[in-house]
Design a protein around this ligand. Structure first.
Ligand code: SF4
Length: 315
């Protein structure tokens, strides 16, 4: 089971400034089948609920937290609460963080900053900034961005792959396990970053005969960095063509034609990724192409999350 830290209001906790929650059904109902959640709310901890709203005000490069109506400087109370919440989530073996958009604490690139009374543009909220500093190359998103099917697909793929990497790190005994892991992730890594995929292959080759632990650490650091890249429709098409290349000798000419047509239709955003994937999986089973069937790219997360069934996925 995945473990994800989530802004408590997104889980429906009535913890926002006006004592409401903002339950996100995708998180609670869909991801909730595969994840347990670690809720956090620095503002509730600092000021209780209900509370006066706050905003971030820039003063000589310093970020101050000011209450909107009474104009009190509550920066210290906020910093203490954030440090506490960060310590709390650091203790958990997380594989992702989901933040509430637009909040002065939790927004990810969507938090308004002010200078005096004037808006100074949107940046990361204060707690989001702390999370990004501490959790490097880590799956972090805000819920509003997850409404975009492409970002959602990328994020969920990253969550599950990150959890796999944690599992490998904990249990690995032999080089053979690392090679098998890399082999299974070949196409997924290629869809993210071709050059990194090749570098990862060189690490696994282990020409300097380093210890399993040493190699695994180096491998997983780059693996996590690679997962952080977003794939594009062009990279995905490239990977699909590579996959077809794997069993092109077995395919009949009409099967080959059909697959190429589907890939073109996916590229032109006429059919969703799942349609092409299902055909590749069907044919891989028909011809018992175990290499393809073992690829994480074919099934990167449980099918009932159904993210790839949207046309926009993969753009
Ligand atoms: S956005 Fe963050 S600080 Fe605001 S209520 Fe939700 S969890 Fe608390």
């Amino acid at each position: 089971m995945l473990k994800i830290a989530v802004s408590a209001c997104l889980l429906g906790e009535p913890i926002r400034y006006d004592k409401t929650g903002q339950r996100d059904r995708f998180i609670t109902d869909k991801l909730g089948k595969y994840a347990s959640f670690v809720p956090f709310c620095p503002e509730h901890l600092a000021f209780g609920t209900p509370r006066e709203t706050i905003r971030i005000v820039l003063e000589n490069e310093h970020k101050k937290v000011i209450t909107v109506f009474s104009k009190n400087d509550v920066t210290d109370a906020m910093n203490t609460a954030m440090a506490h919440e960060l310590e709390k989530i650091k203790k958990e073996e997380l594989c992702g963080i989901i933040l509430k958009s637009k909040s002065p604490s939790c927004g990810l690139g969507s938090t308004k900053y002010y200078m005096k009374e004037m808006s100074e543009g949107k940046k990361d909220g204060l707690f989001a900034t702390l999370c990004k500093e501490h959790f490097v190359d880590f799956p972090i998103e805000e819920e509003a961005r997850l409404l975009d099917p492409w970002l959602r697909e990328n994020f969920v793929m990253q969550l599950f792959a990150y959890a796999d990497a944690q599992m490998l790190e904990k249990n690995i005994q032999t080089m053979r396990e690392l090679v098998a892991f890399h082999t299974a992730y070949k196409f997924l890594l290629q869809s993210k970053h071709e050059a990194n995929y090749r570098l990862l292959g060189k690490i696994v080759a282990n020409h300097e005969t380093k210890s399993v632990m040493e190699i695994t650490q180096a491998y997983l650091a780059l693996f996590k960095q690679t997962l952080n890249h977003k794939s594009t429709i062009a990279k995905t098409v490239n990977v699909l063509q590579h996959m077809v290349g794997f069993f092109k000798k077995e395919l009949t000419s009409s099967e080959k034609q059909e697959l190429h047509l589907q890939i073109e239709e996916f590229r032109d955003e006429i059919i969703p990724l799942i349609a092409v994937m299902s055909t590749i999986e069907f044919l891989a089973k028909k011809y018992n192409t175990t290499y393809l069937l073992g690829q994480k790219f074919l099934n990167p997360y449980p099918k009932d999350l159904a993210l790839r069934s949207m046309i926009q996925v993969g753009k």
